[in-house]
Ligand binder design. Sequence first.
Ligand code: AKG
Length: 201
Amino acid sequence: MDLFDHQVIPLALTPERDSAISFWPNWLSGKDADDLLRKSIETIDWRADSIRIVGKQIPIPRLQQWFGQPGTSYTYSNICLQAVGFPDWIDLIRHNVESQTGAAFNRALVNYYRDGSDSVDWHADDEPELGSEPIIASLSLGVERVFQLRHRLTKQRISISLPHGSLLMMGAGIQNYWQHRIAKVANLEEPRVNFTFRYMS
Ligand SMILES: O=C(O)CCC(=O)C(=O)O
């Protein structure tokens, strides 16, 4: 882990207030990232969820799983995810992410983009149970995809390429003013897995 590789990308929230994205492009070594990618794909009990739009069930374009305190749940876009307890190996990642970022995380939404036709559309991680100004840390494994951010009011956009083994943290206030997405990519066959660590009280 190269601490000097830490980048801070300032992000305006309002004319009076800034926040920042913290980014560690080489957070994991290639070998550690390879092992975690393989283990994630092979051992996570992936869910294929769908959302109801005008009376129709539409599959979301990715697989996912929600880890946290068993017996609790998380709902977004009308999908209710019952928490699966953290296996030791994900708990270790969670702990290392906490040590690196200095923030506390007790939940993880894990996304599996099987190829370039999988994606997540514009949204913010702003459900009330995540608190008023959620801090979100995101570990990327697998093929590089572009993380796009768009300011809700000014429509300013920024794009960050997320390499295999990179860690990105969205600071306080970003979910309130910015949305993000991973867009589809044509002719891309390689998979990507993303862990987004969150905190719920
Ligand atoms: O895959 C990513 O990098 C983003 C995932 C995401 O936006 C989410 O889980 O809310």
